[in-house]
Design a protein around this ligand. Structure first.
Ligand SMILES: Nc1nc(C(F)(F)F)ncc1COP(=O)(O)OP(=O)(O)O
Ligand SMILES: [Mg+2]
Length: 211
């Protein structure tokens, strides 16, 4: 799991204005992403059959390239697609209940501080999504921006589990997240809003590798 977190693209149709989600995903995979999360959320997010069909198309692209496919929030969608895992946050219901629903699939849990990290691991998290690292426009309801320091604090408490940093990470800001002890970085805008998503992914992957 540690290695799989190196460069984690989190995306939905609402994040793709310049080109289709399928084209952004193919470019990002060619650029070297190692994990993908389908996060269909926000004012114009798809719902119902349209959301399921887009998820199915993106899932197929990931599996053609050996990239695991994680679903955000929606455990019913995750089960319907037989996806590789689920990501939930602190407000998405009981992690223990989700673990019972998904069996031994990957379970990622958001954590904003040391106590949430400890609770998430006790509930069976396979990895922690820790953030926000920096200011972000993508998620209007983010918690306080504590930066890479919170990852250093979690590692300093002896927690060695897979950790990915998230929140406002762009090329040049990934290295401090890795130096603080994260196994990788999760991004939305840095790739989906890039004029060249392939190059954006490649630059971020090289920055992570360089630490
Ligand atoms: N979606 C996420 N993915 C990650 C990842 F592991 F990919 F880094 N970390 C954190 C989040 C945030 O999860 P949550 O707090 O529930 O908010 P939302 O459902 O709006 O994303
Ligand atoms: Mg959530």
């Amino acid at each position: 799991m540690h290695k799989q977190l190196a460069l984690y693209l989190v995306m939905g149709s609402v994040n793709c204005e310049n080109s289709s989600p399928e084209d952004v995903l193919r470019d990002a995979i060619a650029g070297g992403i190692t994990l993908f999360q389908f996060r269909e959320k926000g004012p114009r997010a798809l719902e119902g059959t349209a959301k399921l069909e887009l998820g199915r198309r993106l899932f197929r692209i990931c599996h053609e390239h050996g990239i695991p496919f994680i679903v955000n929030d929606d455990v019913e969608l995750m089960l319907a697609l037989n996806a590789d895992g689920l990501h939930i946050g602190q407000e998405d219901g009981s992690a223990r209940a989700m673990r019972n629903r998904i069996g031994d699939k990957i379970l990622g849990i958001s954590a904003h501080n040391l106590s949430e990290a400890r609770a998430a691991l006790a509930d069976g998290a396979d990895y922690l999504g820790v953030g926000p690292m920096y200011e972000t426009q993508t998620k209007p309801d983010i918690r306080e921006v504590r930066g890479p320091e919170v990852i250093r604090e979690i590692r300093g408490a002896g927690i060695a589990c897979p950790i990915v940093g998230i929140g406002g990470i762009t090329h040049g800001k990934a290295a401090p997240v890795i130096d603080a002890g994260a196994d990788g970085v999760a991004v939305i805008t840095a790739i989906t809003q890039a004029s060249a998503p392939l190059e954006a992914a490649r630059n971020l992957r090289n920055e992570v590798r360089s630490r």
